[in-house]
Design a protein around this ligand. Sequence first.
Ligand SMILES: [Zn+2]
Ligand SMILES: [Zn+2]
Length: 345
Amino acid sequence: MLAYTYVKPGKFELQEKPKPGLKDSRDAIVRVTLGSICTSDLHIKHGSVPRAVPGVTVGHEMVGVVEDVGEDVIGIKPGDRVTVNVETFCGECFFCRRGCVNNCMDPNGGWALGCRIDGGQAEYVRVPYADQGLNRIPDTVSDEQALFVGDILATGFWSVRISEITSEDTILIIGAGPTGICTLLCALLKNPRRIIVCEQSPERIQFLQEHYPDILVTTPEHCEEFVRKNSDHGGADVVLEVAGSENTFRLAWKCARPNAIVTIVALYDKPQILPLPDMYGKNLIFKTGGVDGCNCAEILRLIESGRIDTAPLITHRFSLNEIEKAYRIFENREDGVIKVAIRSV
Ligand SMILES: [Zn+2]
Ligand SMILES: [Zn+2]
């Protein structure tokens, strides 16, 4: 089968590999029907994910049809149309029982697919702990509608969940890339008083204004002042930092009101400075981390009922054979791309 492979830092390549088989009684084999490219794939390509293993098939955003399951898989059967979770988790350890599945104590716990074990920019993928890592897609939900459930939409949902948003709040979301927009969609479910999105790219600002006209939009250079003017207590009640750019961590805490929650969703390329003397007395609450992707069934129900719709994010479609081109367009943000969908069959 064809599998897009991390050869070495700077080099991915479409290679012919054997089709994966079951290795454990809790595994499933999924025939990938649709996949996508995530910014994290680019982080691997650029060598900034030290845990990524050369030779691994990349890709961790995908949906497909279950082809085979191990004998201890109980909730999923061959023929099921499923979303695949970016995270591998056992469901039984100390952290999993508390919903902190990103920290699952299994050796492959957390983000392993397409990083430490073979992922889904391929025709088939082996999914460990299939009862945890796969969720059935409702019949009325298309593959495209479900494509982001296991990764960026799970991230948006989780970041909003931990941010304790109330209907009184002014929310600031920094970054309107794909994960930023997923975060916005999930924040809208909480009906906050207002949502401000800070974004630099004119194309993305246009996308926001076209699809979400009720959202306030600002740019990084005007953000602090804009938030102060458009909030009730001198700053945002909740800040979600999804951009991960050079100055956006600083922007996040600067725009927060005293005692605000600042949730860091972004994955930075470099260490960030936490200047505690400068923020002394502001009494901020920082929340950080990688997604605990254990709400996929609920997210699928929200899609089914029409309350979340990520379909507009898919701006470009390719076949697996064209994946080099898909990467080029996604990586260089050509042609107004937000997300690509890659057909594996
Ligand atoms: Zn991702
Ligand atoms: Zn676990």
